[in-house]
Design a protein around this ligand. Structure first.
Ligand SMILES: *Cc1c(COP(=O)(O)O)cnc(C)c1O
Length: 399
């Protein structure tokens, strides 16, 4: 196996799920494993989720659902997106549970299920203010009726998605409140039409952390289960005993989660850079003194983003070393400092690119390079983009 690999701590994932379960009482948990489980590997994490007590899974693409079925997953799988044309047959065959919000689509699905001789459970998706997918709340009752008009379809639930549930600002909290108000009214309209809405769900990670009134019958947290607080939350808001500096009195009790993925590599070579010599493309780093550099076989084609050039530190043996010069497609360099100024570093030694690591000083904050959220912050993005961006050529190792 190549030296650069993503370590996926499946146990942490199970513990994160149990931590959420402990928080939400007797509600169901839907675990999103879309985008290859946020880059962690869909099938192993789907299995782990079900072992940890998840009630169902969710994917974004029919293909993602088919891969889970081929892997032997039999639990319900929600399909977050509406699909087109021939994919309808595929989703019926894979027995996925699609979110639906258009009359014509409901009809096409009802006919496809009938042709296949299958009963298909669907959930109605309402757009209460996300401005993306979903029907206007006023149409919910009529569309629920349309689902029931098909012999082969069953209404299993009603859902919506929240746009700013992770934000603690009063305006955003009010916006979420308004979304939930529209959602509740639409559900009431469905009930008033004599239709059982089934499982009601709205909460992503942000709502799980900040809006208990959005938990309804089932929650769908993604990033939280992979170990990160929702993007708008302060870093410690979900950590054990997390003590936010914010004076946000609405902050709910913390949910203890730990990052599931770590990116590791190994030192490929150690070389001497003479004072005044430069390394890598563009000559953006010049040795201020005779220095040792470690060559690390990881680059932007692995998902180690080029924006981290001269802008990140990695851990070797429990110490941190800065990235020197540009990150290339397949390699980068670390500045180990003046020869003899620190412990010797040898080829083959473990490099922690992000994560807590397991070096001698593991657990010591100073020696950990930072997790995917810290890396995301350096890049002006969110941890989702970091873990999803670890490319296919990086093997996942399940621990
Ligand atoms: C991705 C997604 C989620 C999970 O979102 P997180 O921010 O990762 O918690 C929930 N619901 C829908 C519809 C999604 O697309």
């Amino acid at each position: 196996m190549r030296a650069t690999r993503a370590l996926v701590y499946v146990d942490r994932f199970r513990l994160n799920i149990r931590a959420v379960a402990a928080r939400i009482g007797r509600r169901r948990i839907c675990v999103p494993v879309k985008a290859d489980a946020y880059g962690h590997g869909a099938l192993p994490l789907a299995r782990a989720a079900l072992e940890a007590g998840a009630d169902c899974l969710a994917v974004a693409l029919v293909q993602e659902g088919e891969e889970l079925r081929q892997g032997g997953v039999r639990a319900p799988i929600l399909l977050f997106s509406q699909t087109l044309g021939e994919e309808l047959e595929d989703l019926v065959r894979a027995d996925l549970c699609p979110l639906v919000w258009e009359g014509a689509y409901i009809d096409a699905l009802g006919e496809a299920a009938l042709r296949a001789g299958r009963e298909l459970v669907v959930h109605l998706k309402l757009d209460t203010g996300m401005g993306r997918a979903g029907c206007p709340p006023e149409e919910a009752a009529a569309l629920a009726g349309r689902v029931l008009s098909h012999r082969a379809l069953r209404l299993g639930g009603v859902a919506t998605h929240l746009a700013v549930s992770d934000s603690p600002s009063p305006e955003d909290r009010a916006y979420t409140g308004a979304q939930l108000g529209r959602f509740r009214a639409a559900i009431q309209a469905i009930r008033d039409a004599g239709i059982d809405p089934g499982i009601i769900h709205a909460a992503n990670s942000g709502a799980l952390c900040f809006h208990p009134d959005a938990w309804f019958d089932m929650v769908r947290p993604g990033i939280l289960l992979y170990g990160y607080g929702p993007p708008g939350a302060a870093p410690n808001d979900t950590a054990p005993g997390g003590d936010s500096a914010r004076s946000d009195t609405l902050r709910p009790p913390a949910i203890p989660v730990r990052p599931v993925m770590e990116l590791h590599s190994q030192v490929a070579a150690v070389k001497l850079i003479r004072r005044g010599e430069s390394v890598s493309y563009g000559r953006t780093w010049t040795a201020p003194e005779d220095s040792l550099a470690a060559l690390v076989p990881a680059g932007y084609a692995d998902g180690l983003r080029r924006g981290l050039s001269n802008n990140w530190q990695m851990g070797i043996g429990g110490r941190l070393y800065p990235v020197a010069g540009r990150i290339c497609m397949d390699q980068c360099l670390l500045n180990l400092g003046r020869p003899g100024s620190g412990p010797p570093v040898s080829p083959g030694e473990e490099v922690v690119i992000f994560g807590e690591g397991a070096g001698p000083a593991a657990g010591s904050i100073a020696a950990a390079p930072g997790d995917a959220a810290a890396m995301a912050e350096k890049l002006g993005t969110i941890p989702y983009e970091i873990t999803c961006g670890i490319s296919k050529r990086v093997p996942r190792v399940y621990l």
